[in-house]
Design a protein around this ligand. Sequence first.
Ligand code: SAM
Length: 420
Amino acid sequence: MSARIDVVSIFPDYLAPLELSLVGKARQRGIVDIAVHDLRDWTTDRHRTVDDTPFGGGAGMVMRPDVWGDALDEVLQAGPDGGAAPGGRVLLVPTPAGQPFTQRTAEELAGVLADGGQVAIACGRYEGIDSRITEHYAARHDVQVREVSIGDYVLNGGEVAALVVIEAVVRLLPGVLGNAASVIEESHGTDGLLEHPSYTQPPTWRDLEVPEILRSGDHGRIARWRRERAVERTAQVRPDLLATHPVTVRAARRGDAEVLAELAAATFRLACPPDMSEEDMAAYVQEHLTLERFRGYLKDGRRWLLVAEVVGAVVGYTMSIMGEPTDPEIAAAVPTRPTAELSKFYVRAALHRSGAASALMEATLAMARERGLPGIWLGVNGQNERARRFYGKHGFERVGGRTFTVGSRRESDDVMYRTL
Ligand code: SAM
């Protein structure tokens, strides 16, 4: 069964790149048959006219339905396998007023072609094609009409859109790409994420190093790192793509110690005052947020650690500690007993608007209630306005203050308390 693509345009030369690269090779190897037609071959007048003025007035010209109709009738009749087109026929009309063309559309069209179907692309020019063309073919039971836009901007004609569609679709046909896995692992793949960053030789270029983990040879860690970066990048660049993925919160397990230590080191600075030195931050991380420390935290029955995950990547965590506050200032400020400290609450910066923080907070408070606590407290840096607002929104109120040391500095915190 052969796959067949037809393109109709008044500028067939515009489609010359279809001879090149992977699409050109796929044609040579007989994976796809692509024919480009000149719309003017179906005109009947001396001037080979394809357009006329719009009914109702207005700027620009509109392409005539009679010329397009004759062209499309013939093109759609020919099709693959002697005109049978077992995979069905799609009339694809590029237009900025169409449905967004996405990877899912490309997959659907590749499916039609892989089954021996036909995709005919009608490239408009001027103000587009008379609307009766889509109406007419949509009414035909053997043709599926799809009006697609390749983005929210206006081009002069459909040829560039046709090239975009063909390139995106043909690379999905079996046998076109050397390594079929590269299609699955890419941006807009099955998990709906953007791809992680990629690196090649040399390991150091203009003082920029390839992340150490990618040279570790540890495939498990590499896969985890890539997923985390993919989630982070998607959250930064295309939060709309993440919105369809739920945030899940679960109790941290012993095996999470490494993930937690890495996450803690990466997020600790988010809660630090802006003028804190790198050395002081590093000293704190070295002392409290190492792998060994987290192994200990996870074994300690007085602590409960929760992690938030998005598409399988841990993006945030909380750690709470049961017990009487050791600091007398805090002991005096916290009004109820028994109590616990919400000691750590961190979410990767890129995911601050993803809902992960609220989901973590709800689950943390639910765990505190399950333990029968009447209230829970936390310390938040006096300068960390964003965090104080977040805790305030979740029912915490300031009940006092405390001072403590980070590296070589004295810091002051607000003590906030929430009744459960
Ligand atoms: N009058 C049309 C409108 O406002 O929706 C715009 C017509 S445009 C100038 C001419 C042709 O370019 C269209 O018929 C279509 O084939 C193509 N085109 C322009 N922008 C496009 C886009 N974003 N996606 C797909 N095709 C586009």
